[in-house]
Design a protein around this ligand. Structure first.
Ligand SMILES: [Zn+2]
Ligand SMILES: [Zn+2]
Ligand SMILES: [Zn+2]
Length: 244
């Protein structure tokens, strides 16, 4: 954390140095970005992400949206074609407020980004995947919870970040997925995020083969805190790559 000298912030364990939360999915030929944290560019370069076909924006908070401008290179690679962003009404409003210059069919000038905004439906049928959504409580407003299913293999991933709880609907949608990624902020309660205990409890209800907690604060020392997690639940860390 900025200006903090607690043992976690000073730790040599790279898993205690945390970028903001987002994920990238490769499903068949599709490259899907879910949220674009301010560090998107750093990680896109590091992981040699070749393209972005489609974006999902869970909500418009700064930690999830401020990397969007760096999609400019991927727009250029598709000859300036706008990249579709599926999001909520709140997400659309934030995109227009921050990236108004880029909400258009083609970039203003070559090299600028361009996005087409789309309301996320309950179920999206893509060539290679189904994407189901549910609205999650994030304090004063709602965020998108997403479940991805690869058509070819049936592999499923649930991505429930920035939520104060996992609703019954969200639980049913994610039941038995291969991988669940859940908001687990810290030990003390918070009005718009789940605590570690609440996330572990939700993980038990969902029953994924493997659950990863994300969005942790510096309350969490990765190595020691992970020992207290039940089987099948772990903390995610920056640059973690999974094959499902
Ligand atoms: Zn700290
Ligand atoms: Zn948020
Ligand atoms: Zn967040």
């Amino acid at each position: 954390m900025v200006g903090c000298s607690c043992p976690v912030c000073l730790s040599d364990d790279p898993r205690n140095t945390r970028f903001r939360t987002h994920i990238h999915l490769e499903i068949g030929d599709l490259n899907i970005q879910v949220d674009a944290a301010p560090e998107f560019r750093i990680q896109a370069v590091r992981h040699s992400i070749p393209k972005v076909d489609l974006i999902f924006l869970t909500h418009g908070h700064a930690d999830h949206i401020l990397g969007m401008d760096d999609m400019r290179r991927y727009c250029d690679m598709r000859n300036g074609g706008a990249i579709p962003i599926y999001t909520t009404e709140e997400g659309e409003e934030r995109m227009r407020a921050i990236f108004g210059y880029a909400i258009r069919d083609k970039p203003v000038v070559r090299g600028y980004p361009a996005f087409s905004l789309k309301q996320m439906p309950e179920e999206l049928d893509l060539d290679e995947a189904y994407v189901c959504s549910t609205m999650q409580n994030h304090g004063n407003f709602e965020t998108l919870g997403l479940v991805f299913e690869e058509k070819r293999t049936g592999a499923q991933i649930a991505y429930y970040t920035d939520c104060a709880s996992v609703s019954e609907e969200a639980e049913a949608l994610a039941k038995g997925v291969d991988v669940a990624i859940l908001d687990g902020l810290r030990y003390n309660s918070h009005p718009s995020h789940m605590t570690i205990d609440e996330a572990v409890e939700a993980a038990g209800r969902i029953g994924a083969r493997q659950t990863y907690l994300v969005h942790m604060t510096h309350d969490i020392d990765h190595a020691s805190a992970e020992k207290a997690l039940p089987d099948g639940v772990r903390f995610a860390y920056d640059n973690l790559v999974l094959e499902v």
